[in-house]
Design a protein around this ligand. Structure first.
Ligand code: TPP
Length: 363
C-alpha cells in the first residue's frame, strides 16, 4: 500500500525591520509614539547598564555576571507585549526586560554581589526571580498560567524567556507538553543567541530550527529576527492574543546573538572568531531601531545625547548608593537555601564565616 502523507508542517521566519532600518509596512505593528520611545529608552538603559556592570566587575567591585548586550530587542520588545498583571519568568539574560518590569537597578547590583534580597522585584510580584537552573522557569510559567485560569483570572498570561541551550533540558519538553495538553495561556520565547557558553547552536540540537520543536507538542511555532524589535513585538503580541483568547501556548524562537561573553568567567575568543562577531555587529538591534525612530521623526542626535546623559547620571547615582551600603550580612546566601537549614548547611556556614575571618585578619 502506498504511504499517505497524514500531516505536513512548515516553519515561518518573520522580519519587519531589517538591518538597514527598512520596514515592511504590511507587517508593522501599531505601536504608539510613547511605546516606541519607552522601548528605545529601556534598550539604551540596558546596554549602558551592561557595560557599566562589566566595568565594575573588572575592577573587582561586582561579582560574576552575564552579559546581555546584543539581545535587547528580544527581551525588551517581548516584555512590552505583556501587561504588568501578566506573569514574567526568565533566566539571567534579560536585563532590560527586567528593568521594564520594575526591577530596581540597585537591587540587581546587590544580587550580583551575592545578596539574595536583591532578587526580589518590589514593583511587580508577578516577576519571578532570576533562574540560574536552566529551564526550571518553564514549568513554573506553565503552572502560573494554568493556575491563573483555574483561579478565575480570564485575562492573565505568562511569558517565559530562556536560551537555546535550555531546550536540551527535560523541563523544556515537559513544560511544552503540559502547556499544550492543558491549553495553558503561556508564551515560550527562546532567545537563540547561538551559544550555550561554548557550545554552538548546531551541537545543541539536530533540528534545523528551535521553533519547529513546537510542532511535536501541537502548538504554533515561529522563528523571528531577534534583533528586530518590531518582529519580536508582533510575534509575542500575536501569541499573547491567542493565549488570552484561550487558544493556548506558542513557541517563538528569537534568532539573536550574544555579542559579549557568556559571563565574566568566560573568554569567548577561545571558541568563536572575530569575523562572526563583526558580522553580527551589523545586525545590532539598537542601531536599526534608532534609524527607524529617526525616519519617523521621533529621534535625533540631540535627543540621543540628552538620553545618554540622563541615564549616565541615574546609573552613577545608583552605583554610589550601592557602594555606600556596607551593612550586609556576609552569610546571608545561606539563609535562603532552605526554610529550615539542616546541620550540614549550618556547618558550611560556620566554615565560611571562619575562613572569612581568617582572610580579613590576614589582609
Ligand atoms: C540545569 C543546569 N545545567 C547546567 C547549568 C550550567 N550552565 C549555566 S549557563 C549554561 C548555558 C546556557 O545556555 P543557554 O540556555 O543557551 O542560555 P544563554 O546562557 O546562552 O543565555 C549552562 C550549561 C545550569 N545553570 N543549570
Amino acid at each position: 500500500m502506498p504511504l499517505n502523507i497524514i500531516e505536513k508542517f512548515s516553519i515561518s521566519y518573520m522580519q519587519i525591520l531589517d538591518e538597514k532600518g527598512n520596514v515592511d509596512p504590511e507587517l508593522e505593528p501599531d505601536l504608539s509614539r510613547d511605546d516606541l520611545l519607552k522601548l528605545y529608552h529601556y534598550m539604551t538603559l540596558s546596554r549602558m547598564v551592561d557595560s557599566r556592570m562589566l566595568n565594575l566587575q573588572r575592577q573587582g567591585r561586582l561579582g560574576t555576571l552575564p552579559a546581555c548586550t546584543g539581545q535587547e530587542a528580544s527581551f525588551c520588545a517581548s516584555v512590552l507585549a505583556i501587561k504588568n498583571t501578566d506573569w514574567f519568568a526568565g533566566s539571567y539574560r534579560e536585563l532590560g526586560g527586567r528593568l521594564m518590569r520594575g526591577d530596581s537597578l540597585l537591587n540587581l547590583l546587590y544580587l550580583y554581589n551575592g545578596f539574595e534580597e536583591g532578587s526580589y522585584n518590589y514593583e511587580n510580584n508577578r516577576t519571578l526571580p532570576i533562574s540560574i537552573i536552566l529551564a526550571s522557569q518553564l514549568p513554573h510559567a506553565v503552572g502560573l498560567a494554568y493556575g491563573s485560569r483555574l483561579q478565575g483570572e480570564k485575562d492573565t498570561v505568562a511569558l517565559v524567556l530562556f536560551g537555546d541551550g535550555s531546550t536540551s533540558e527535560g523541563d523544556f519538553h515537559e513544560a511544552l507538553n503540559f502547556a499544550g495538553v492543558l491549553n495553558a495561556p503561556v508564551v515560550f520565547l527562546c532567545q537563540n543567541n547561538q551559544y550555550a557558553i561554548s557550545t554552538p547552536r548546531k551541537l545543541q540540537t539536530k533540528s534545523a530550527t528551535i521553533a519547529q520543536k513546537a510542532i511535536a507538542y501541537g502548538i504554533p511555532g515561529i522563528q523571528v529576527d531577534g534583533n528586530d524589535v518590531l518582529a519580536v513585538y508582533k510575534s509575542v503580541k500575536d501569541a499573547v492574543t491567542r493565549a488570552r483568547n484561550n487558544e493556548g501556548p506558542s513557541l517563538i524562537e528569537a534568532f539573536t546573538y550574544r555579542m559579549l561573553m557568556h559571563t565574566t568567567a568566560d573568554d569567548p575568543t577561545r571558541y568563536r572568531d572575530d569575523q562572526e562577531v563583526e558580522r553580527w555587529k551589523e545586525k545590532d538591534p539598537l542601531k536599526r531601531f534608532k534609524i527607524f525612530l529617526t525616519n519617523k521623526k521621533l529621534w535625533d542626535d540631540k535627543k540621543q545625547l540628552d538620553l545618554e546623559n540622563e541615564l549616565k547620571q541615574t546609573i552613577d547615582e545608583t552605583v554610589k548608593q550601592f557602594e555606600s551600603k556596607n551593612d550586609f550580612k556576609p552569610d546571608a546566601p545561606f539563609d535562603y537555601v532552605f526554610e529550615h537549614p539542616g546541620s550540614t548547611l549550618e556547618e558550611q556556614r560556620m566554615d565560611f564565616l571562619e575562613n572569612l575571618k581568617k582572610e580579613t585578619e590576614n589582609d
